[in-house]
Design a protein around this ligand. Sequence first.
Ligand code: SF4
Length: 278
Amino acid sequence: MIRFMSASKIRCFKECRRKYYFRYIESIEPITKALPLALGKAVHTGLEILDGGGTMEQAEAAINLQYEDWPEEDTGMIPVHALAIVAGYHEYVKPDWKIIDLESRFEVSCGKGRRLIGYFDGIIERNGHTYILERKTARTVDEKYLHNLLWDEQASIYAYAASELGLNIKGILYDIIQKASIRQKQNETEEEFIERLREWYKAPSRYTRHLVTRNRNQIESLADDIRDVALDITVTEREQRWYRNPAACQIYGCAFRSICLEDTPEARTEFQTKETYK
Ligand code: SF4
């Protein structure tokens, strides 16, 4: 049987096996979706439309469509916030590269009987070299944040996938968008706040471009890690040992806390089954 791995699965397993069990073996997710992740997804959707030559109107329609069946009290300002980011990025961040491929799916081997799958945000050519394009949103973009990108696991996995596909990747080019730290004031209307939000993103300083290179030795060493983790996942699935890692509970606030300590039928009512690959 072929087992499919992804950057998210690998990261989740390394964080906490119990979390992996809930997410990928039981395939459950909280009924209430995680708002911080929702903003990043909406931004990604809008930028994808613009990358493909679409208009701001089309980007707006795609973002709104994504949240069509979400209750408004859950989405709140996410669609308008995402649109403000997309509009600002579009205006202030000019691509200095040539797009080779966008949102392309990859599937490569990561060990016997295991396939690593995912999507590149983009593959680009810049100054005669090929890079993986990654766009991120972050609350704080400082030296520490940029330094930590050297260990960005998702991008490392994508670099491995690209090399397996025979692409001569020089590294990862990050465009990082700083998320607004402003909130709606007490006596401010929604329209006024949206306007203030749009103004906030009208500053080139909200956008940072950063390059991380990956040489052949680094990619080969990362490949060993990826194959080892993929093998650990296979063994753990066979032996059904899903122990907890309390050190990971604070990472983005684990969504499975309510059933992790005590798995009761009442707590289970907050979860639903998710369509996923095994
Ligand atoms: S609450 Fe902590 S220990 Fe439990 S699944 Fe989440 S990360 Fe793991």
